[in-house]
Design a protein around this ligand. Structure first.
Ligand SMILES: Cc1cc2nc3c(=O)[nH]c(=O)nc-3n(C[C@H](O)[C@H](O)[C@H](O)COP(=O)(O)O)c2cc1C
Length: 205
C-alpha cells in the first residue's frame, strides 16, 4: 500500500467513540427494561444491516420479529429453560431465519449473471450457502441494532425443529438463531469475559 492509500484508509477510520459504542462497550443483554421498541427502529436496523455483503448478494436471511405476548407464547416451548424468562421480558425477539428458496430471488438480486441455475436442485449447496450468509446477516443485524441504540441478546439455545414447525410449517424458511432486542438493564450485566489476543486467534501468512 502506498503512503497516499494508507492516509486515505486512516482518514476513513471511525472515531474511537463510535468504535467503543459498536464493539468495545456493547454487551450481550439478559435483563430488559420494560420499554417498547418502536417498529421504525426495527426497520432502521434492518435497512442498515441489509447492506452487509453476502455471496452473490443472495441475502438469504429472513427476520421475524415477535412483539406481542401471543407471538412470544408460541416461541416459549421451543426455548432452553435458561432462555425462557429473559425472552418473556424482552420487548422483541427476532427469529433470524434463512430462506430455502433464496436462489429464486437471484435474478433480482444478482442480475449480472445467472446464479439461480447454479443453485437449482442442489439442496446441500443451498443449505450451506444460506446458513453461512444468514449467520453473517444476523451478525450485521446485531451491529446495526446497536448502532441505532438497541441492545441485543442472541440465543442458540432453542429447538429449531419446534420453531420451524410453529412458525414456518410450509418448510420454506428455517430458523438459524434468535435475538432478543430492546433496552437492556446495564446494572445487571455479567462481568465481561475475555477475548483472544490477535496472536492467539490470527495468523498473517
Ligand atoms: C449465536 C449466539 C448464540 C448464543 N446463545 C445463547 C443462549 O442460548 N443463551 C444465552 O444466555 N446466551 C447466548 N449467547 C450469548 C453469549 O454467551 C454472549 O454473547 C457472549 O458470552 C459474549 O458476551 P458479551 O457480548 O457480553 O461480551 C449467544 C450468543 C450468540 C452470538
Amino acid at each position: 500500500m502506498t503512503q497516499t492509500q494508507d492516509a486515505a484508509v486512516h482518514s476513513t477510520k471511525l472515531s474511537e467513540d463510535t468504535l467503543n459504542r459498536l464493539f468495545r462497550q456493547e454487551r450481550t443483554h439478559n435483563v430488559w427494561l420494560p420499554k417498547r421498541v418502536p417498529s421504525e427502529v426495527l426497520r432502521e436496523a434492518y435497512e442498515l444491516a441489509r447492506w452487509g455483503p453476502t455471496s452473490a448478494n443472495s441475502s438469504p436471511a429472513r427476520f421475524v420479529f415477535l412483539e406481542s405476548a401471543a407471538a412470544k407464547a408460541r416461541l416459549l416451548p421451543a426455548l432452553a429453560p435458561l432462555n425462557v424468562e429473559k425472552t418473556k421480558a424482552a420487548p422483541v425477539t427476532a427469529i433470524v431465519a434463512w430462506d430455502t428458496e433464496f436462489h429464486e430471488k437471484l435474478p433480482k438480486l444478482f442480475p449480472r449473471a445467472d446464479m439461480r441455475s447454479y443453485f437449482l436442485g442442489k439442496p446441500a449447496l443451498i443449505e450451506e450457502t444460506a446458513f453461512r450468509n444468514s449467520s453473517l446477516q444476523g451478525g450485521y443485524f446485531i451491529i446495526a441494532a446497536r448502532a441505532v441504540g438497541l441492545d441485543c441478546g442472541p440465543m442458540s439455545g432453542f429447538d429449531a425443529a419446534k420453531v420451524n414447525a410453529e412458525f414456518f410449517p410450509d418448510g420454506k424458511w428455517k430458523a438459524n438463531f434468535l435475538c432478543n432486542l430492546g433496552y437492556g438493564d446495564h446494572s445487571k450485566l455479567f462481568p465481561r469475559s475475555p477475548r483472544f489476543e490477535f496472536e492467539e486467534a490470527c495468523r498473517v501468512l
